[in-house]
Design a protein around this ligand. Sequence first.
Ligand code: AGP
Length: 569
Amino acid sequence: MCGICGYIGSSNGVKEVVRGLKILEYRGYDSCGVAFVENGKIDIVKTVGEVDNLKKLTKNMSANVVIGHTRWATHGGVNERNAHPHLSTSGKLAMVHNGIIENYKELKEEFNLNSLSNTDSEVFLNLIDCEKGTLINKVINASKKVQGTFAVLVLGSDGEMVLGKCESPLYLSKVENEVYIASDVLALKGENYFALNDHEFASVKNRKIIFYNKNGEKITKKSEKIEKNSDFSKIFYKTHMESEILETKDVLNKTLKKYKEENIFQNIKLPKKLNSISLIACGTAYHASLMGAEFFKKVGVDARAYLASEFRYGRELLNKNTLYIFVSQSGETADTIASAKMVKERNLPMLALTNMENCLLNRICENVLPTFAGREIAVASTKAYSCQVWSLYLFSLILANKSLPKEDFVKNFAFVNYDDKLVKEVASYKKVFFVGRDLDYITAMEASLKLKEISYINCFAIASGELKHGTLALIDSDAVVIAICTQEKIKSKLKSNLEEIKARGGKVIVVSQFDDFKDFSCVKLSKFDELFMPIVSVIPMQFLALKICELFGYNPDKPRNLAKSVTVE
Ligand code: AGP
């Protein structure tokens, strides 16, 4: 979380950095700022809110050496004071930071750092300023004292920049005499980029980049090709979220096509003897993992999904006959990364299922199954989720030695929207529940996450068979229950559950391809193979969340308190 940007060159760096921050806004958008050097002095401009505010504030400013930041608050409230960049007490250094310094209180006391150092980032900055030697030595030495995660970009009043990282991402590119620095390759310019590894540092002075290891020794680094995603600026709709839901069909097709053309499954390294599959992920990617586990079980491979935040501290017995699949749209999520590192340390078979080609998770796992959902900007994951489910479904076919579907498989997949009357009705209820059984229960979980994430309605998902074991007590005329039913074998069971809800005054809406629910309000789905139905049924649930969010006047792309990449624990 938090986006970092830097520029050294002959163009207007303020404009360049603000441009980069706008691209990085998905990483946090509660406050932002830039720092630049003018006549040997560091100037800082900060504001609460989105990068557009900063753009207005800096529109007449110009500088050649600039750093910037867009924040997702961890330590310290959302206000201009806590926004980055921070200036050291001596006024000689400015810094932007992404990550969390866990021992900042101890450091503040131990090194008697100024009482103005309120946040973990300010403590880190003043610690750097207290160190002796050149700026690169100061940063390297101070970073040895901190515990936690960081990507930092430090600006000296002489125009030198030093950057370093531990866990949080940081990249650089050089275009002739201009140097770009950013938390995401997407915000860089040029054809090639350098990725800093953990505990690597770089100094950029007079437009020259020198790389260092943690011992302060110079190192050489190879650049990699930037694969820019052309989808990024392609917004045809009011919001990214709407545009991304509507891209689902295309990206499913693209993913299937790529898998076939590039023999991607054939290149996956499996354990010599595959006994089971563990899928590890967070949030929506966890729901995709739950779905994946069901697909694998259906073809006879024992499988289980874990929340990465639990897996990393759990007592799972890891073994060499299990394939550990780490599922993540961004490939940056802190808990997923930590879990992957844990498995890597034991040298066990692992696979990254990610949507971002250059991400950290791919570097850790090496064995990669990509999804081709294209850049997803909206915080609420939609097309990337569908692609993850699709990809895991296709992988299960491969493990069962079945052939992949024909390329036009998803052609008839009709988008089902919610009619506005139904949307208003759902939005008017105090209590919203999503129910389902089997695969539909997983879709219910995803539907509930989507709705709470962007509409702030307190809702939850429950396996419909569990209603009688407690939750039925909450059902009355203030409750609406959205039931998903796409699996033939559970149809009649679910129907009885819904009658029980109706009998207690709850409103029931059924999302299904079956004609058996005529007594209830219905959202009719197109008919497909049952294993594909989770992808069909999640679309109206995504639209429902989007429409309620818009009805309430919120921005679905930037829900409060959240960020697209959760790079802190
Ligand atoms: C989805 O709508 C959420 N924004 C969130 O749950 C997300 O899926 C989760 O943070 C995991 O992200 P990742 O896929 O990038 O690892």
